[in-house]
Each structure stands twice: as C-alpha cells, then as structure tokens.
Write a protein of this length. Sequence first.
Length: 409
Amino acid sequence: MVLRVGMDGGPVEISSGPVPSLVTRLCPGVRADVFAYWKCVFALRGGANLRAIVPRKGRIGGARAGGLIRRQVRYIPDEPLQGGDMQLRRLRAANQRAIADRECNNASRTAMLDWDDLRFFLSIARHGNLITAAKELRVAQSTAGRRLASLEANLGVRLLNRTPDGYVVTAAGEQVLREAERFETGSLALEREVGGRDARLAGAVRVTCAEGVASHILSPCLSAMHDKHPDIMVELIPDQRELSLSMREAEVSVRLKQSNQHDLVVRKIGILGFGLYASPGYLDKRGDLDFEAGSPGHHIVAQLDDLQDSDQTGWLAALAPRARISLQTSSHEAAVVAAVHGGGLACLARVRADREDGLTRLATPSPVPDTGIWLVAHKDNRGNARIRAVMTQITDGIRTMAPRLNPAD
C-alpha cells in the first residue's frame, strides 16, 4: 500500500506495506483510521518509520488523534479493494471524511478572512515597519502587529519576514500583495464614485499643501469657511510630500507645480511671486552683490523641490555661479529663518518675506521666476457638494489675496 499525504509542500508518498495488518500487529484495539492519520503526520515531521512512532503502550490519545485526523490523507491500494476487507473500507471512508473536513475548514477559513486586515498588510508592506504603518492607519503599533498576525493565521502562510532593515514581503506575500492592491484600487474607486455624488454640505474635507502654503495662504483663505458652511469641517494637512488623491489620503490639494495625472482635475488659481533676500547683517559682512563677476564670496540658501533645486534656486545659481551653497532645505520656512540669521542669499515667496523685518529684498538683473498655484482634486469628486464648496472658498480667497501673493513692484 502507498500512503500519499497532500500538504502545502506537495504530496509525500510512504510505502509501508499493508497498513491494516501492521495496525493489528503493533497496536491491537486501536482504530486503524485514527492510527493511520497519526502515523502520517509524524512520518511527515520526522521521516520516522512505523515502528519508531508507535507509543510504547500501543495506545493513542483520543483528543490528540482527533486533532490530527483533520489532515488530508489519501490511500491508494496496490491492488483493487476486496469486498471483504472491512479495514480497508474503513480507511477509505475515514480518508473521505478527512478530505471533507479539510475542505470545510478551508471554506470556513476563507469566510472568516477579515478584509480590513489587508489594509494593515498593505501599509506594513509599503513602509517596511510597524511604526510608520500604525501612524498612517492611526492605530497603536501593537494593533498593527496583531492585525498582520491575524491575517497570516487566517491564510495559513507567512506574508512578511522581519529583518534588521524592516519587514520584507515573502513569495506568498507578493501574491497576496498584488491581489490586495487590486482589491484596494477597486474599493477606493467605488468610494470615490459613491462619495462624488454626495450632495450634502456637511462632513470633513481634507486639504493638503506645503507647509508655507498652509500657514500663509490657505489658513487666511479658509478662516471664513465656517461662517458660510457651518457643517463642513476642513482638515488642513501640511506636508512636503504630495499626498495621493487617488488613494484618498486627501480630497483637495493646493500645489506649486502642475500635475499631469490623467485622473485628476487641475486648475490654475493664482501666481506666487518670489524675490531675492538677505539679512542686513549678512550684507554688511559679505558686501554688495556683483552679478557680473558671478557674486564671489557669497553664500546661497537653496530650496529643494522633490530632491531637486527649485526653479528659483536654479535661477540664482545661474545668476551667481561663483557663490557657494551653504544650506539646502525642502522647507520654505527653514529657508526664511536661515536667511534672517545671516545664512546667505535666498529666493523667498514675497507673501512671507516682505513681512519679515530681518530681511532686505535685493535688486536683480532679471526677475525671480514666479510659480503657479494649482488647485487639484480627483475627477470622481467633482460632484461632491462639500468638496466643491471648499474648492470655491480656496479659489475665491487666493484671488482676493492676489496683490499680496504676486506684488506688481
């Protein structure tokens, strides 16, 4: 007789002769089907032979055997089943029961799968650590870990391996990741489609922008929002990153560069003017600028845009090629503070720097490049009443602020 066991790693065949006769000889009084399943599991675990795994007393605990019998075992006789061989009939019947149990367990396991656990798996897989994922999902770190463990337990496979550098997706995890991302994409699309039809002027609207835009442009624009629409709550999210509107990280974005994503609605609503500034103390120390000579001996406070020099920094580097960059930052406010404290020359937004007593705007051979102000939303949200109301408020506010955002002088 050949014993074949279907496991995750593939079938394992064990040629052990007539199992019923061995059962009768080695373990009298023990049910052949229970013994066979128990024997199968131990053979798979350690590769031991039948005699080696039989308990000394020749008995198997019923509770333990009952747990092991759930594994799927198939018996293929070497010769056709004889009508009088009741033990083989019992083995075959037990085998069919085990297969049915396994299928029922798999079905119930699939039914108990919590799709919400996939959000936690996706976030941990993308960030590679529990801390960032928990922050993104707004839960405790321990909660994120438990939800990942729950998903792995329900699926019966390890999805992420923990390494010194963070979590790494396993081969099984890659497959789950692809399916989870597909599920996420469809779910988000459905939410946007349904949410885009919301005609109520009530609820929360998340608006994302750069730090300086939030402080000096959007905060004044949105201050009167509550008077017009008391049931709308605006959540202003300053972030140097461009949060994904497709992933519903925000509903509205105000950006200082145009986006080319096909699923976004983009509209230019204003212009942000810039000037070249330095502190009086810096100019006293370094002297006047000599643009014809390339401004030797001067320092530049450079601003980065997506890890590259901004248009204004590039303009200044071309105008003063002999000046040295003393500081690079992606924060506009940090550049303002550095310039105030004598860090060097800086191209700054006039709406911010013109109000700073510790800075002097310098004359330049050519104008400092300005930047467009772009209002962005997902196309699926065009019909959402509260999002439209917030976008209208931002547009009207920025147009009212136009003389300060881009002064004519």
